[in-house]
Design a protein around this ligand. Structure first.
Ligand code: 16G
Ligand code: ZN
Length: 533
């Protein structure tokens, strides 16, 4: 049975605010940090139940609100293989978070135990971490009370990035197995990635220093550790590392700022030399944006689509050079936000699939390829190597030295890339590997294709639930008749493309438009927004 007495006692310390409704969305629970106490306590309970359900495997809990403003916070669960929580449990999470009283909470927990057929005699293990937000420590205490109430065993991974927490979950659950993901410590993560980076860049020209905008968040800590591990192999200059300055997190800096504003983050303005590579992390270091200034000081952004094309083309070449192209298929997954020019470039070279926004959709679609590359335009993404593919690499016998070299690079890539989730720092090392192999600067990378001009606007509507989409969010099925009007408008613009979807994280509807000319893409976006409003 559930330890009802201890749940009751501790739940009384974390009452649910009566007037608030919480929703486990694409990024877990995310809202003002000061309102999350009861939610995080209950997530502690739920994480314990999830672990019991999965036979005592270790579940991850991350307390972060990523690129959101500093006052926000959030919490999400990580499944044993380091992946996002299974969708059916998102519903359990929402129900449990909204139970109005302690008694209602107990009823809701008992319902989950019954519905999910949980054997309560199993052990419960959880590993957890938080970002640098000031609301973090109190929320971690609430989380620990949740573990205590259920008798779950918790391992505190401290202040670290979201992707490191995902790494730890997978490393813990694969420890001492043939699929071991690495040492189950932060140190193990840094060693694994740095060593494979060094192997992949051995003999290459030493790169110019790379500037990292750490968004004044937890990425600053991880980037500093990489700087130590990598030393001369990759000189790193860290900017925006003020993790304890109130109000600094994600403020006029970070990957989301750069992507939305399409300009340099503060802290870099006077430091970036023409042509020098720089990149931005977001507040929990799972998104990455690259950019550079040209000789005239103009800003050029290399976003998730640019990263996907660079990386996918590199991997396709390696597979071919290894002599494995007849048996190992590489594919790419994007969302409707991918720039049309990137989709065109990719589709000429390999299979490309479009799915709905949100990491879980991309991740699952990428699992269907032998090697699946997925990136959202916003800079979140990774590469997945299927288990059979990794086994094939291990037992394949190359017939030439060139094949052998390509095979070794592929094997080292499987170690360099954090395959559990998008990881800004792992992705950054991946980009640096490709640039080193190709002898590319940002300019050459950027010239692989030219982005189509585009515009994203948000529209506040009275009821965003009225907007329903199909075809990977590229078309509206309701409100009735609206899609036909959008189609009619789009036809008037050369190279025009536009779609409307309800946001999963904000109470708005987003409108995206693309066209051959900048003024046209702006005009199309605003005219479509006019239809929505
Ligand atoms: C969340 C998603 C991200 C997506 C974004 C879209 C995860 C972990 N994160 O941040 O992938 O791009 O939402 O936001 O899935 P929107 O629905 O407000 O446009
Ligand atoms: Zn993030």
């Amino acid at each position: 049975d559930l330890p009802i007495q201890s749940i009751k006692e501790l739940s009384e310390l974390h009452p649910k605010p009566a007037d608030l409704h919480f929703q486990y969305g694409t990024a877990g629970f995310r809202t003002l940090g000061s309102t999350l106490d009861s939610v995080v306590f209950r997530v502690g309970l739920l994480a314990g139940l999830r672990s019991k359900k999965l036979d005592g495997k270790t579940i991850g809990v991350m307390v972060t609100a990523s690129h959101n403003p500093e006052e926000d916070n959030g919490v999400k669960l990580v499944d044993p293989r380091g992946e996002m929580l299974e969708a059916s449990w998102e519903t359990h999470a929402t129900v449990i978070a909204n139970a109005p009283t302690t008694d209602a909470l107990i009823d809701a927990l008992e319902a989950v135990v019954r519905n999910a057929k949980i054997d309560l005699s199993k052990p419960a293990k959880v590993v957890y971490a938080r970002d640098t937000r000031r609301s973090g420590p109190a929320l971690i205490s609430a989380l620990e009370n949740g573990f205590k109430a259920l008798g779950a065993e918790g391992r505190n991974a401290g202040v670290t990035t979201t992707p490191i927490l995902h790494y730890l979950v997978k490393a813990i659950n694969t420890k001492d197995t043939s699929e071991s993901y690495g040492e189950d410590s932060e140190e193990g993560y840094f060693k694994k990635l740095s060593q494979s980076f060094k192997k992949l860049t051995a003999g290459k020209v030493k790169p110019e220093p790379l500037i990292i905008d750490c968004a004044n968040g937890v990425g600053a800590l991880a980037a500093a550790k990489f700087a130590t591990h990598l030393g001369e192999t990759l000189p790193l200059t860290l900017a925006n590392t003020a993790i304890s300055t109130p109000g600094a997190l994600n403020n006029v800096c970070g990957a989301d700022f750069v992507k939305t504003m399409q300009r340099l983050p503060s802290g870099l303005v006077d430091h970036l030399k023409p042509g020098q590579r720089a990149c931005s992390l977001d507040g929990d270091a799972d998104r990455l944006m690259y950019y550079y200034l040209d000789e005239r000081g103009s800003f050029h952004m290399l976003d998730g689509d640019k990263i996907a094309t660079l990386v996918a083309a590199f991997i396709v070449d390696l597979v071919k050079n290894a002599g494995l192209d007849s048996e190992i298929k590489v594919g790419v997954v994007q969302t409707a936000y991918a720039n049309g020019a990137s989709t065109k470039y990719l589709a000429e070279r390999l299979p490309v699939k479009c799915v709905s926004t949100g990491v879980k959709h991309l991740h699952h679609a990428a699992e269907h390829y032998d090697i699946g590359v997925y990136f959202e335009a916003n800079g979140h993404g990774t590469v997945l190597f299927s288990q059979p593919t990794q086994e094939r690499f291990a037992n394949y016998e190359p017939s030439t030295p060139a094949q052998s070299t390509a095979l070794n690079h592929l094997i080292n890539l499987t170690q360099l890339i954090n395959q559990t989730v998008g990881d800004a720092l792992s992705d950054m090392l991946l980009v640096e590997v490709v640039l080193a192999h190709k002898s590319y600067t940002g300019v050459e990378w950027n010239s692989l294709y030219a982005d189509l001009p585009n515009r994203l606007v948000k529209v506040v509507v009275s009821n965003r639930a009225a907007f329903k989409t199909e075809d990977a969010e590229r078309r509206l099925v309701s409100p009735q008749g609206l899609q036909a009007k959008i189609d009619e408008l789009v036809r008037k613009y050369e190279g025009g493309r536009s779609f409307v979807r309800p946001s999963g994280t904000e109470d708005v509807v987003r409108v995206y438009a693309e066209a051959a000319l900048k003024a046209q893409s702006d005009e199309l976006a605003f005219r479509v927004a006019g239809l929505v409003y």
